[in-house]
Design a protein around this ligand. Structure first.
Ligand SMILES: Nc1nc2c(c(=O)[nH]1)N[C@H]1C(S)=C(S)[C@@H](COP(=O)(O)O)O[C@H]1N2
Ligand SMILES: [Mo]
Length: 413
């Protein structure tokens, strides 16, 4: 079953998780036009960064409208100042195809485990809930997060920095599910497919795969709770893949098919899309060709100031609080350092509680602007593998892997 079947007698309204008529209507595209003041400027150079704010999507609060169909919704940056866990209703949303079920029959829902296995399975959510439970904080970051800040600009969704979020995920280990089916010798990869479908015939269904050892590493999980609640439909209810430390293109939502492969996965989304230059920071010169590419994979460290905006005013000579979030990418946060002198010297920030190496980590420091005038504040994260954010922005035609040291300008007076 690829999507809810209206002729299926089991799908009576008493038995389904129904999101309500309003939800269905909204996914079908009706959204209230935003008022003029309900807009935000993402500060994208060389093109308009002005976007509407919307509250029109089911189970979702105020988000930046990047695209309506399929829904691409960005988290307003000030949300990241509130704490390390991004609220479900303001967690960003990204889909490739607009054919997304607007309701899920929880009892009829099955996840197939098939392919190069001893015992193909068809698991219910109850079956999954019966497996050992695991919990992990992890950052879900779109491969194209911050793409709108690339110079020169590149095509694709023009995200600011809000196509990311951190949640506490509850679910089961993918390894436990694969072990239940019994992976046969010679398995190479595991491919994941879901309930969403292409809008036009012949377009490639969204599927991603992980190498077999990665899939069985004991960290990759199938999550049925997000921050202790069922996932919002738009974030993948009732089940999604969590690939800690890796970009969220692999975090397949509304997962209903797990296929163990015994050969390479050359489906469109692995072989053609989401590839990056095989160079440090996936960096190439604009116009450069002939470089090798690999499927996008691990995230690098990033850090952001969340309590001061670019252009903020601070009283000269008075101590100011500077606070934000950081994450290590595919490793924990080792250190967050700030520079107030254009990168000549760096001083460590105090780190907040460690909620797990793949999650956001709070940091804060205090700084007294020495005198009146303009100043720049830079923030830099080093992860526990020693990877550090670069001083120069990377560039590639996909708009991937931006993790340059962030800076804001402030005025003291
Ligand atoms: N089934 C399905 N899963 C998917 C996608 C999709 O289009 N379909 N997009 C992926 C991409 S590119 C991103 S950035 C994340 C977004 O997750 P979110 O919408 O929960 O924030 O979902 C991933 N999982
Ligand atoms: Mo993405």
């Amino acid at each position: 079953m690829r999507s809810p079947d209206p002729t299926d007698p089991r799908q009576t309204s008493s038995r389904r998780q129904v999101l309500g008529a309003a939800a269905a209507a909204t996914l079908g595209l009706i959204f209230r036009p935003a008022h003029a003041q309900d807009a935000v400027d993402l500060g994208l150079r060389g093109g308009s960064g002005v976007r509407s704010l919307t509250t029109a999507f089911p189970q979702k609060g105020r988000l930046i409208l990047q695209r309506t169909r399929p829904p691409l919704l960005e988290t307003p940056f000030e949300v990241f100042d509130k704490g390390v866990f991004t609220p479900n209703d303001q967690f960003f949303v990204r889909w490739h195809w607009a054919v997304i079920p607007t309701e899920i029959d929880v009892e009829g829902y099955r996840v197939a485990v098939r392919g190069h296995v001893n015992q193909p399975l068809s698991l219910t959510l109850q079956d999954l809930v019966g497996l050992p439970k695991v919990e992990m904080a992890a950052v879900n970051q779109c491969s194209g997060n911050s793409r709108g800040l690339f110079q020169p600009r590149v095509p694709g969704a023009q995200w600011g920095n809000g196509a990311m979020g951190n949640a506490k995920w509850t679910g089961v280990r993918l390894r436990d599910v694969l072990d239940k089916a019994g992976v046969k010798a010679g398995a190479t990869a595991v491919r994941f497919n879901a309930l969403d479908e292409p809008v036009v015939d012949g377009a490639p269904d969204f599927e991603k795969s992980l190498a077999i050892d990665h899939a069985r590493d004991g960290e990759v999980m199938l999550a049925y709770l997000m921050n202790g609640e069922p996932l919002p439909l738009l974030n993948g209810f009732p089940l999604r893949l969590i690939v800690p430390g890796w970009f969220s293109t692999y975090w397949v939502k509304m997962l209903n098919d797990i296929e163990v492969l015994s050969g390479p996965d050359d489906n469109y989304w692995m072989k053609t899309a989401y590839r990056i230059p095989d160079t440090p920071f996936a960096n190439v010169r604009p116009g450069q060709t002939g470089f090798p590419t690999v499927p996008i994979n691990r995230m690098g460290p990033r850090s952001f100031i969340t309590n001061l905006r670019d252009g903020a005013s601070l009283p000269a000579g008075a101590e100011a609080l500077v606070r934000g979030i950081a994450f290590g990418g595919d490793a924990g946060v080792q250190a967050v350092d700030l520079s107030f002198d254009g990168g000549k010297s760096w001083q460590p920030a105090r780190l907040g509680q460690d909620e797990g190496k793949y999650g956001f980590r709070r940091w804060e420091t205090r700084w007294t602007p020495p005198g009146a005038g303009a100043a720049t504040i830079q923030v830099r994260c080093t992860n526990t593998d020693g990877a550090v954010q670069p001083a120069e922005a990377n560039w590639n035609g996909g708009g991937y892997l931006r993790n340059v040291i962030e800076s804001i300008s402030v005025k003291a007076g």
